[in-house]
Design a protein. Structure first.
Length: 279
C-alpha cells in the first residue's frame, strides 16, 4: 500500500486554491504530497484503508485463535505441575501400573525429549522428563492420556490406525507441497501456458491439504483417548480425589485445544499460500 494514502475522514476538509495544479479550486485530499497534481480518488483510499483494517483484524483473530489455546494450555499445565508428595508414584510409574493392570505388559514406557506421545509402531508410551519423573497432577494426567492411546491401539480403534498411516504420508507431503507450490511460475514459464501453473497449483494444494486433514482427524482421536479412555480408568481406580479429577479435566481439555489450534494453523498456512499466489 502506498504511504501517501489518506485516512477516510477527508470530507471535513475545506477546499483550497492550488494555482500550480490546474488554476482551479480542488479538494486538498485529492492532491498528493509531491505537489505535482496527481489526483487520487478518496473512495479508493477508503477501500484500501478498509481492506487493511480487515486484514489486521483477521491477523489478530487468527493469532488469538491459534496461539491463545497454546498459552492457556501452558498456564493450566503450570498450575498443576507442583510436586505432590501424597501421590504414590511418578507419571512413568502410573503409566507402567495402568498398562500392566490392563494386560498390556508388552508396551514399553520410555523417556523422550520429543514431546509426550504414544508410538503405535514400536508399542511405546513416551514421556518428557518432567512427566516421566514428576509427581504432579499434570504428570499423571498426561501419562494416563498416553496410556489412553495405547488402549486405543490395543482394542483396534480404527481412527488411530488411519491417523498413523496418514501421518507417515503427511510428513513428506507437506515438504513436497511447498516445493511444488514454489515451482508454479517456473512450470508456467517453461510450458508457456497458464494451464501448467494451474495443474502444479492443484498438485501442491493437494499435498499440503493432506497435512491439514491429518490435523483435523487428530482431534477426535485425542478426545477419545482423554475422555473415553484415560479419565474413566482414573475414575474407576480411584486414583484421583474429586478436586484433582476436576483439575485433570482442565488439563485434558487444554491439551485438546492445542490440536484445534494446530488444525487452524494448518488451514491458515494453506490460505497463506493461496493468497501469495494470487498476487
Amino acid at each position: 500500500m502506498s504511504l501517501a494514502r489518506r485516512p477516510p475522514y477527508h470530507t471535513s476538509f475545506p477546499s483550497v486554491y492550488c494555482g500550480n495544479v490546474s488554476e482551479k479550486w480542488v479538494d486538498p485530499t485529492h492532491v498528493f504530497a509531491n505537489g505535482l497534481g496527481r489526483v487520487a480518488s478518496p473512495e479508493k483510499w477508503d477501500r484500501g484503508d478498509g481492506g487493511m483494517v480487515r486484514i489486521a483484524l483477521l491477523l489478530i483473530i487468527a493469532g488469538i485463535v491459534i496461539f491463545g489455546p497454546q498459552l492457556w494450555t501452558r498456564r493450566v499445565f503450570a498450575q498443576h505441575s507442583a510436586p505432590r508428595p501424597d501421590y504414590p508414584g511418578t507419571g512413568a510409574e502410573l503409566a507402567r501400573h495402568l498398562l500392566d493392570r490392563l494386560d498390556m505388559k508388552h508396551i514399553k514406557v520410555e523417556m523422550t525429549e520429543l514431546g509426550d506421545h504414544y508410538d503405535p509402531e514400536t508399542k511405546a508410551v513416551r514421556l518428557t522428563p518432567d512427566k516421566f519423573s514428576g509427581k504432579s497432577l499434570t504428570a499423571v494426567t498426561v501419562a494416563a492420556h498416553e496410556v489412553g492411546h495405547a488402549i486405543q491401539d490395543h482394542t483396534g480403534y480404527q481412527p488411530l490406525a488411519d491417523r498413523t498411516r496418514l501421518v507417515r504420508v503427511a510428513h513428506g507431503a507437506e515438504k513436497v507441497g511447498g516445493v511444488v507450490m514454489m515451482g508454479i511460475p517456473i512450470a508456467a514459464a517453461l510450458a508457456q501456458t497458464p494451464m501448467a501453473g494451474v495443474l502444479v497449483l492443484v498438485a501442491g494444494m493437494a499435498t499440503m491439504g493432506i497435512s491439514t486433514f491429518v490435523h483435523l482427524l487428530t482431534l477426535p482421536v485425542e478426545l477419545d483417548a482423554s475422555f473415553r479412555r484415560a479419565l474413566p480408568v482414573l475414575q474407576q481406580g480411584n486414583y484421583l480425589s474429586p478436586e484433582d479429577e476436576r483439575g485433570a479435566r482442565r488439563i485434558l481439555t487444554a491439551a485438546a485445544l492445542t490440536y484445534v489450534a494446530a488444525s487452524l494453523a494448518s488451514l491458515l498456512n494453506l490460505w497463506r499460500w493461496i493468497a501469495f499466489l494470487r498476487r
